[in-house]
Design a protein around this ligand. Structure first.
Ligand SMILES: *[C@@H]1O[C@H](CO)[C@@H](O)[C@H](O)[C@H]1NC(C)=O
Ligand SMILES: *[C@@H]1O[C@H](CO)[C@@H](O)[C@H](O)[C@H]1NC(C)=O
Ligand SMILES: *[C@@H]1O[C@H](CO)[C@@H](O)[C@H](O)[C@H]1NC(C)=O
Ligand SMILES: *[C@@H]1O[C@H](CO)[C@@H](O)[C@H](O)[C@H]1NC(C)=O
Length: 666
């Protein structure tokens, strides 16, 4: 039919009506797991491990290893990236981490200057736990050492008592498996009625969570309620969410600037949300869940509709509203009921979160895991938080990529438009459309995917308080992205490179150079729909990096130490070991060997913890870094004005792989 009527009709229909059903989000810095842990295979083992990514099974990076051997089932040998918190809440003391990602289906743009094929929102968030506050082992944020999903079973009935709840939790949560959201978070979601006002098109959502009603684990995108880690599907699919969540918003990269006030004012960072609280028995402890998702049902059924606040951290030293509320060191303090409390009667002093940043999403092209308009990787500079307690935090970063079509207005299409047969239904599954004449064309339109959210998350990392010596001033992070292999083997992950590629800073700023790698990036079969193999230098499967100065980016041969300017122009402010009077040569040596050596002679390394890192006495470093550690905790440096180029001696392989970067100091 198309041929006789002219193929234009087909083309137009296909371009404008075929919705976008395959699209992905891959986080490259910090390394996104895409649900991988430490697999030697090209594909991840378990796409339900921690969260619902909707991504290709080949994406993601393994958790880092501390040493030159795989951590295996020893979690203490896994490397967590360690970023320094901001030095205070005041301008001039910021720490920055450059987030980098690729998104397959394009984003950003506007009708006038750079038309885009879908609407798109990026939501950047994190969650943390204070490492110096006692947390039950079951509840610790962790990467785990096996790839299984945490277990879960629902209560036998709605009247489960606290003892039974505890045993149900204890049976489910395994210490050797990864954990991000808590077990209670999923339980709450499984047992709370779903939001009946949502547009679910003609999807048939499961009607029974086992206790006789449909719940928040069933959504248009996940109608049967597949479980991924302890993520709550309803919360995953919608943002801003209308109940308290454990996530803090960093930034929303919105469809357009006009939308920012909506995203910002509804963010749980500053907008408290309610939840229904019921008691185990009258006057008893509050339960962590309730069936009721609105005030009327809640109070009618004897619950209390409680308003909860999100927060950065608690400030327990302020015990009254009068002493608490105010601004100190650039941080705002509020008196409110924290969302994760066991005592709903008690307001506490909380360090407040600010409204998230919001900007227009950067433009990127559809069907490409490519760069943005600025010729750089898609990136966002995260202003890391400052925790006034000076406690170290254990954290996870999460990013969602939300695309929708104009086939219906996402903000004004609600449950009144649902169900097959409803005349108002704006989209339906694989519809056939009339093109004139007897034939019809079937569209590939899946209503669980018109309006679809993709996701990636980091492995666990630490946000550390700054030591005194680097307390004030701006601090940037310089890291390495990518994994072992050539471009088709690593795809849709990326090859090695420094990130950011050109760090621009001033003489007063600091940079923390740090990287992590895995010893199990073998990229073995199964390869899924891509290539297997791990082309690269040194021992198969192992990531290694180092940093040595180059004269210019066009060179591939590093400068001998005697000719370098980078190190004599640097002040080494911090290294993770004791190094009084550390010399230019010593920091150059440390960087060049990924931390394998710290000094040349025993007379320079007299501290006990440095004895195993001396050139004169240690087993020789293998020339491709095979016996060097996969991860490098690094150093914090300040540089004098100049431009410094550098490379990685192992991975850089001209015409095959380029791992080079530069720092421009103004
Ligand atoms: C995705 O966008 C839709 C609008 O198209 C919105 O209703 C939903 O809340 C968004 N979800 C997330 C996670 O951003
Ligand atoms: C911004 O995006 C919203 C949501 O899609 C849309 O309703 C609005 O018309 C857009 N505004 C501008 C100025 O483009
Ligand atoms: C450079 O890369 C190519 C392709 O992966 C490889 O064949 C070659 O051996 C590499 N060179 C070195 C010195 O390792
Ligand atoms: C780069 O790799 C190709 C094979 O992919 C090889 O022929 C070439 O020699 C390599 N270049 C270098 C400098 O090793």
């Amino acid at each position: 039919m198309c041929h006789s009527k002219g193929s234009d009709c087909c083309l137009i229909l296909l371009v404008f009506l075929v919705p976008l059903v395959t699209s992905d989000l891959y986080l490259h810095n910090p390394r996104g797991s895409n649900n991988r842990l430490n697999e030697r295979t090209a594909t991840r083992t378990n796409d339900n491990r921690l969260f619902d990514s909707q991504n290709n099974a080949r994406g993601g990076y393994n958790v880092g290893d501390v040493t030159d051997v795989p951590a295996g089932n020893d979690a203490s040998k896994q490397y967590q990236m360690k970023y320094f918190q901001s030095g205070s809440g005041l301008p001039g003391d910021e720490s920055y981490l450059d987030i980098e990602w690729t998104n397959q289906h394009g984003c950003g743009g506007n009708e006038d200057t750079s038309p885009q094929k879908q609407n798109c929102i990026m939501v950047l968030q994190y969650m943390c736990q204070d490492t110096s506050v006692a947390v039950a082992d079951t509840d610790k944020l962790r990467d785990g050492v096996v790839t299984n999903t945490q277990d879960y079973s629902r209560p036998a009935n709605e009247n489960e008592n606290e003892a039974l709840k505890i045993s149900r939790k204890t049976n489910a949560v395994k210490l050797d498996r990864g954990l991000q959201e808590l077990w209670e978070w999923y339980d709450k979601c499984k047992l709370r009625e779903r939001n009946r006002g949502l547009f679910t098109a003609d999807q048939k959502l499961n009607l029974n969570n086992g206790l006789g009603y449909s719940s928040a684990v069933y959504t248009r995108q996940n109608p049967q309620g597949t479980r991924q880690g302890y993520e709550c599907p309803e919360e995953r699919d919608y943002h801003p969410y209308w109940h308290p969540t454990p996530w803090r918003d960093i930034s929303i990269l919105a469809e357009n600037r006009t939308m920012c006030s909506y995203h910002q004012s509804n963010s749980f960072n500053t907008q408290p949300y309610h939840e229904c609280v019921e008691m185990y028995n009258p006057g008893g402890k509050p339960k962590h869940w309730s069936r009721w998702n609105n005030e009327k049902d809640c109070t009618t059924n004897g619950g209390r509709w409680v308003q909860f606040s999100n927060y950065l951290e608690k400030a327990p030293s302020y015990v009254s509203e009068a002493t608490c509320v105010g601004t100190r060191n650039g941080m705002r303090y509020i008196w409110a009921v924290p969302y994760d409390t066991e005592n709903i009667e008690q307001k506490e002093c909380l360090v407040a979160l600010e409204q998230p940043d919001c900007q227009e999403a950067p433009w990127s092209r559809s069907n490409h895991l490519g760069d943005g308009n600025d010729g750089k990787n898609l990136h966002y500079r995260w202003h890391l938080p400052y925790f006034p307690s000076t406690h170290e935090q254990r954290c996870v970063f999460r990013m969602r990529y939300n695309i929708s079509t104009d086939d219906y207005d996402p903000y004004h299409t609600d449950s009144g438009y649902n169900n097959a047969g409803n005349a108002k239904l704006p989209v339906q599954n694989n519809p056939e459309i009339d093109i004139g004449g007897p034939s019809k064309l079937q569209l590939a339109l899946n209503t669980d995917q018109t309006g679809r959210v993709f996701q990636d998350r980091s492995h666990v990392f630490l946000l550390r308080p700054r030591p005194q010596i680097i307390q004030n001033g701006r601090l940037f992070n310089l890291n390495v992205r990518g994994k072992r292999g050539n471009i088709v083997q690593v795809y849709p992950a990326v090859e090695y490179d420094f990130t950011p590629n050109n760090l621009v800073m001033t003489e007063r700023d600091m940079v923390h150079i740090q990287w992590t790698g895995s010893n199990t990036h073998n990229n073995n079969a199964p390869g899924g729909d891509g290539d297997t193999g791990d082309a690269g230098e040194g021992t198969g499967g192992t990531d290694r990096s180092n940093l040595v100065q180059l004269r210019s980016l066009n060179d591939n041969f590093p400068l001998p130490f005697e000719s370098t300017t980078m190190w004599s122009n640097a002040e080494t402010l911090w290294v993770p070991y004791s190094a009084p009077g550390i010399t230019a040569e010593e920091i150059a040596l440390n960087m060049a060997t990924s931390g394998y050596y710290r000094c040349m002679t025993p007379s320079r390394c007299t501290e006990k913890d440095n004895l195993d890192y001396i050139v004169e006495t240690k087993t020789k470093l293998q020339n491709q870094l095979n016996n060097a550690p996969a991860s490098y905790e690094g150093a914090v440096l300040r540089f004098r004005k100049g431009i410094y180029h550098f490379m990685c001696t192992r991975n850089n392989n001209f015409s095959n792989r380029s791992q080079k970067g530069m720092i421009t100091v103004q």
